[in-house]
Write a protein that binds this ligand. Structure first.
Ligand SMILES: [Zn+2]
Length: 276
């Protein structure tokens, strides 16, 4: 499942091929995604318009048009975007194809169809943070996401730390994999009650969340170099996790056996010696 680093890597990969390109034709499959937009609406808002930039907010990828309209993708479980030559074979799960004026095509492929596509008209994009992203917390790399913010937000809550940092309203885009990795890096137990965590520990966690995400983005950037491919290779990447999925293995710091426990309904991996 693509998490924030994967979406960021996709964004960095496709942005150079989309910026400044105008939209010539749109082809939509008849299969249902978790959320989609009618071809009629897409044609009306997108045809003839130029993509000015591609941004990311949480796990959403945002294509900004010169009209101020906004095309938004969420990748769900298996979604992916790639740039293809027009004559590249169409893959089975290509649900949206956007032909650009330079004879390339942006294709949204999604095998399991949990992904979604949203389209906002220019007048709907004026105040995104209070509309589309109303319930989304700060970005992990934003200055507003800091130890003090977490400390204040958590002081009256008793939920487990891992559940708290995976809550979208607390911070955007931290999924199960990077929650596990960040907590191991910060040496904090996933089950600690959030009102018992000190400001210093929150500061450490913020630092480690950023470091872990940045490392993952760098790994993705180096393993996926070519977004113009005709082979439908996955845009996801494999990185070496230190704790995620490692139950039964030895902890890389103290050699104790890594434990697995379900916290808030999600598989959690931790070292009971290193993480207190
Ligand atoms: Zn350990």
């Amino acid at each position: 499942m693509p998490e924030l680093p994967e979406v960021e890597v996709i964004r960095r990969g496709i942005r150079p091929f989309l910026t400044g390109k105008s939209i010539k034709k749109i082809i939509l499959s008849d299969k249902k995604l978790r959320h989609s937009v009618s071809l009629w609406d897409m044609n009306r808002e997108l045809l003839g318009n130029t993509i000015v930039t591609v941004k990311r907010r949480a796990k959403y990828l945002l294509c900004h048009l010169d009209s101020s309209a906004l095309l938004i993708f969420h990748f769900g479980m298996t979604g992916n975007l790639g740039i293809f030559p027009l004559d590249a074979p169409i893959a089975k799960h290509d649900h949206l194809r956007i032909e650009l004026h330079n004879d390339t095509e942006l294709r949204f492929n999604d095998t399991r169809r949990f992904g979604s596509i949203h389209l906002l008209r220019p007048e709907e994009t004026v105040d995104l943070e209070n509309t589309f992203f109303k319930t989304t917390g700060p970005e992990p790399f934003d200055a507003a996401f800091n130890g003090e913010y977490l400390f204040n937000r958590a002081k009256k809550k008793t939920q487990p730390l891992k559940t708290f940092i995976m809550t979208n309203a607390t911070v955007a885009g931290i999924g199960n994999i990077y929650a596990n990795e960040s907590l191991f890096a910060a040496r904090l137990s996933p089950v600690r009650k959030v009102n018992k965590i000190s400001l210093e520990e929150w500061n450490t966690l913020v630092k480690e969340i950023r470091r872990v995400l940045q490392h993952a983005i760098a790994c993705g950037g180096s393993t996926i170099s070519d977004f113009v491919n005709a082979s439908q290779e996955s845009g996801y990447f494999q990185m070496n996790f230190k704790i995620y999925g490692k139950d039964g293995d030895k902890c890389s710091i103290c050699s104790s056996i890594i434990q697995k426990q379900v916290v808030g309904g999600r598989a959690s991996f931790y070292c009971s010696v290193c993480q207190g």
